[in-house]
Design a protein. Structure first.
Length: 100
């Protein structure tokens, strides 16, 4: 779980400045948001408490992603969990692309 939290923190550290405000959102930024969303869902699927994930992220957009991830049921099989992570990342990438 510690490695998962470190990975999530690194993913967020790379994409957080792009969402700090006032930036033109690029396709790279949307790709980074997608990766962050996948990592958040991965944390959710791995049983990381929401409080730990929320503590890593101090941004309204990331809080929306976390709440969305934890509103969804954890999948029982690795295949279903992988599908859910991918779909969750796509959902947030599309959100980013539509709102740039």
């Amino acid at each position: 779980m510690k490695k998962l939290l470190i990975g999530l923190a690194l993913s967020v550290a790379m994409s957080a400045p792009a969402f700090a405000g006032g930036h033109v959102i690029s396709s790279q930024t949307c790709s980074e948001l997608e990766e962050t969303a996948v990592e958040v869902m991965n944390a959710r699927q791995s049983g990381v408490p929401i409080s730990k994930v929320m503590a890593l992220l101090d941004n309204d957009l990331f809080h929306r992603i976390i709440i969305d991830a934890y509103d969804q049921h954890a999948m029982q099989t690795p295949e279903n969990a992988a599908n859910q992570r991918a779909e969750f990342g796509i959902k947030w990438a599309l959100f980013c692309i539509k709102n740039r």
